[in-house]
Design a protein. Structure first.
Length: 234
């Protein structure tokens, strides 16, 4: 099939799955800002709006379908990243990001696979911290650490009480930032938005978008540290 057999087809798969993952990440960041609102504004009777969001998603059929869809997207993006990198090595050896003009090649462009691997490692930790304790626990009818599966507010407090976890998350966020600053505009170029004017615009959009996403997530971690009154232990 064209999408898998040709080099441009494989790049299209990377671009489409990558763009869908950026949309997920944007939505996920916005959803998590509800926690920041809870910490900053607070609610009557100690209720947390963030828990309501987590209850709404919970283990409903639409959340389960979205989770399965996400897993497919991540898998496709990863498998095609390895195929493309191997193909580039075969074609050009170590000089794998060959360009003919004077344009400098961005550091992130040459290190997308390494950044992607750091992101996957961070994701494994993150899924263990949240998905395993929340969606998976709810599916199994379990309660971990005495915290209810839908009590997202308490889970965030617990996870970011540990300074080691916070450092790992910040390294993870840096890798995500670098990956997105190249990934977003590169996808748009593959999908045909590659006129000179639009390319420059997409490069700017990539930096702004990546920064907003990462600052949004970082604000959740900082809010949790403030809410916990510092680090209380791992
Ligand atoms: C401060 C940062 C973050 C917080 C507080 C956070 C919070 C959460 C929570 C509470 C869940 C569990 C939802 C549930 O299963 O009920 C979750 C799941 C998930 N998170 Fe995050 N997240 C953060 C950053 C990220 C980042 C940066 C990524 C991706 C690079 C990410 C990817 C995911 C994925 C793929 C899932 C599983 C989604 C699903 O089950 O459908 N998260 N996160």
């Amino acid at each position: 099939m064209w999408l898998t057999s040709s080099s441009i087809g494989r790049k299209v798969v990377m671009s489409v799955t990558g763009s869908a993952l950026v949309l997920f990440l944007t939505f996920h960041m916005l959803m998590n800002l509800v926690y920041v609102y809870d910490v900053a504004v607070g609610t009557a009777a100690g209720e947390h709006y963030y828990d309501k969001v987590c209850e709404f998603l919970g283990t409903n059929w639409y959340a389960l379908i979205a989770t399965a869809g996400l897993a497919v997207l991540v898998l496709l993006h990863l498998v095609f990243a390895f195929i493309l990198t191997a193909q580039n090595y075969k074609a050009r050896g170590k000089d794998r990001y060959a360009v003919s003009g004077k344009q400098p090649v961005h550091w992130a462009a040459k290190n997308m696979l390494v950044l992607g691997i750091i992101i996957i490692l961070g994701m494994i930790l993150h899924l263990k911290d949240f998905w395993y304790n929340m969606m998976f626990a709810e599916l199994m009818g379990d309660v971990h650490n005495g915290i209810e599966p839908a009590a997202g507010y308490d889970w965030i407090n617990l996870v970011f009480a540990c300074p080691v976890t916070v450092v790992i998350y910040f390294v993870w966020f840096c890798a995500i930032w670098y990956h997105l600053t190249h990934g977003i505009w590169s996808s748009m170029q593959t999908l045909g938005l590659n006129g000179k004017v639009w390319l420059d615009r997409w490069i700017t959009i990539s930096y702004v978008w990546a920064t907003i996403i990462v600052l949004g997530f970082a604000s959740v971690v900082v809010a949790a540290i403030i809410n916990n009154g510092g680090f209380t232990g791992c």
